[in-house]
Design a protein around this ligand. Sequence first.
Ligand SMILES: [Cu+2]
Length: 330
Amino acid sequence: MNIIKSLVLAGLLAVAPSIAVSQGALAQEAAAPAAATVDSATEADANATEEAVAAPARMKPTEGIGMPRPAEFGLQEQFSPTGRQARWIHDALLLPIITVISLFVLALMLWIMVRYRRAANPVPSKTSHNTLIEIIWTVVPILILVVIAVPSIGLIAEQYKPAPKDALTVKVTGYQWYWGYEYPDQGISEYVSNILPPEKALENGEPNLLAVDNRLVLPAGRPVKLIITAADVIHSFAVPSLWFKMDAVPGRLNEKTVTIEKPGVYYGQCSELCGVKHGFMPIAIEALPPAEFDQWVLSQGGELAGEQAEAPAEAAAETADAAPAANAKI
Ligand SMILES: [Cu+2]
């Protein structure tokens, strides 16, 4: 009898992990379609009642825009005000200064090695001080540092300026190994964004390893506040062409504002080693003109921010209720 009991127990233990895994996978699949993909939303809405709003068509990326170019070694073309400022500091200020200093030091070293070698200069000079030169090599580096510091500090202040009141808020959550996007003010619950397989990416005319199924849809020309966190390990939400990188840390809400200047598709990647599929959780942002963004919000069953503003008491009550719950979730 005991032997039978042990065999049954051993059998149950053996299949338990696979049951747990399949349940987990089901849970994930169930969460994914909650906010419907851009593609399927279009199809679904076409079949739905006439009142339903269709999502705008999936935007095609422009070759070389919002993504790296072959053989590129500089910074990507920038599409946010801070990005353009940062790129200007790098290209017009830092790179020339670094180049001039490097060439100057190299020339000095070559000159000393040739002119003051033992054969050409058998009796070395005993000079140990030169006031003028000492003043110059103290003052000139200070001036160089001041020239670099002024725009750099301005850029740092600009990058971490709190979002304006009218900014759109999106909560970004990093998971092993995909991203989740939620629009709390519009009432759009979290949807999941996974990498596209290579053949599907090529079929769509999108770059392999950067294309995703459900993009993060944002309005162009409007400030967006991204609240970034993670559910398991540390990830990092980074989009080079928008000058955006922020760590996604479990239990912490990091905040950063971005204004995308032009409609388009902008790609990025998780930039914190987060496990075996770290290289396979890309980010794709679809920046839509504001009117089309509003259309997208409605197509997802969301409410426009302006409508919410008309019922401030209700919204405040909702926020008060939602705040502790949101914290508890993390
Ligand atoms: Cu990651």
